[in-house]
Design a protein around this ligand. Structure first.
Ligand SMILES: NC(=O)c1ccc[n+]([C@@H]2O[C@H](COP(=O)([O-])OP(=O)(O)OC[C@H]3O[C@@H](n4cnc5c(N)ncnc54)[C@H](O)[C@@H]3O)[C@@H](O)[C@H]2O)c1
Length: 349
């Protein structure tokens, strides 16, 4: 395994270059990825291709059953699109990832990435469980789209070792990660995290902690508003996306972006923003909620605002009922060209 690359020139200037306190000193520890969905598999691929040993945890047997094939497909695809090849061969990368339903298998993890669904109670519970299951020195990085890092850090006895790493989708093809420094995140945690990202060939842009950070505070409103435009009959999804592509030069329109992210994740993220800010602009519009209720989750189900050839690189779409997503019903508990899911042919729904 290669350890995190530690070239200070790859970091943000203000970051102290001190010895990372969290990496296993013998270089024998594993990196945990929790949640083997769209982001978890993509991030596991980045880690495995850079030579890290990965333990991927998902409570859903069905998610785990399809995960190795999705990882293989992801590596093939990245090989076609990426400029630089991974550090290790495909077979080696596939062997580097262990799949499990048990968080206890993270007992030797020095770094854990949370890629579980975007629901506050679910992630809060997960962070309490991770705190018990992982070594005290392990860093926890959340890939959350919008939940303030400090809210998750507060669930642990190691708030200084919790940070946000908002990877973009598809993770293997995106070079930049929005890194969220919580109010308690230490310099050493930030340094370790940026070092690991550099080892994956990625750079971090560090921002402060706030609901939705920079990216999704803006993007979620845009997707919601674009969906409202369709709902009100101003334009169909193809026309909406063409405006952004052909008039503004965007690589993808907001509705195709929503389809790539997953409309269930969009609705979940809007509810997180609504709960955390109280700002009614984040109330998901009827059109978005209806598509999710109908199981039209975007690329991962083969249909969202647009239609796609086949659901690829994902588990069979399975979304909890909308009632479970609303903040009040949770008692305990972004993008570029879409290439990974098999083409861009689209029929307006
Ligand atoms: N999809 C995107 O484009 C994107 C981009 C950036 C960040 N994110 C964020 O990444 C996270 C994961 O999103 P995704 O799109 O990969 O979701 P997904 O629905 O594709 O995958 C989530 C996975 O988590 C598993 N899971 C369910 N309950 C769990 C639990 N208690 N513990 C661990 N795993 C559990 C599910 O079985 C599923 O396999 C979310 O926080 C999301 O907001 C998503």
């Amino acid at each position: 395994m290669t350890g995190p690359h530690r070239d200070p020139s790859d970091r943000n200037d203000h970051v102290k270059t001190e010895t990372p306190m969290h990496q296993d000193s013998a270089g024998t520890g594993v990196i945990g990825v929790v949640g083997a969905g769209t982001m978890g598999i993509g991030i596991a691929q980045c880690l495995a291709e850079a030579g890290h040993r990965v333990v991927a945890v998902d409570p859903e047997e069905t998610a785990l059953a399809g995960a190795p094939a999705r990882l293989r497909a992801g590596i093939r695809l990245a090989t076609m699109f990426r400029k630089a090849p991974g550090t290790v061969a495909m077979d080696q990368a596939l062997e580097a990832v262990t799949w499990t339903t048990r968080l206890d298998d993270l007992a030797s993890a020095w770094f854990v990435l949370d890629c579980a669904p975007e629901r506050i109670p679910l992630k809060e519970k997960l962070f309490r469980e991770l705190d018990d299951a992982c070594p005290p020195r392990a860093v926890f990085a959340t890939v959350t789209s919008a939940i303030p890092v400090n809210r998750l850090a507060a669930q642990t006895r190691r708030p200084g070792q919790v940070i946000g790493t908002h990877f973009m989708n598809p993770a293997p093809l995106k070079d930049t990660v929005e890194v969220i420094r919580g109010p308690q995140t230490t310099d050493a945690t930030l340094d370790t995290t940026l070092g690991l990202l550099a080892d994956l060939g990625k750079k971090g842009i560090v921002v402060a902690d706030a609901p939705g950070f920079v990216s999704n505070r803006v993007l979620m409103l845009t997707v919601n508003e674009a969906a409202t435009v369709v709902q009100q009959g101003t334009a169909d999804p193809v026309a909406v996306d063409r405006i952004f592509q052909e008039c503004f030069g965007h690589t993808m329109g907001p509705l195709a972006t929503g389809d790539l992210i997953g409309l269930d994740t969009i609705v979940d993220t809007l509810y997180v923003l609504l709960e955390c800010t109280g700002d009614q602009r984040f109330q998901p519009c009827e059109k978005l909620r209806q598509l999710v209720a109908d199981g039209h989750l975007g690329r991962k189900s083969g249909q969202g605002f647009h239609r796609y050839p086949a659901p690829v690189n994902t588990v069979e779409a399975k979304a909890p009922p909308l009632d479970e997503r609303r903040p009040s019903a949770q008692p305990e508990k972004a993008t570029e060209k879409a290439t990974e899911n098999g083409g861009t042919s689209r029929d307006t729904v």
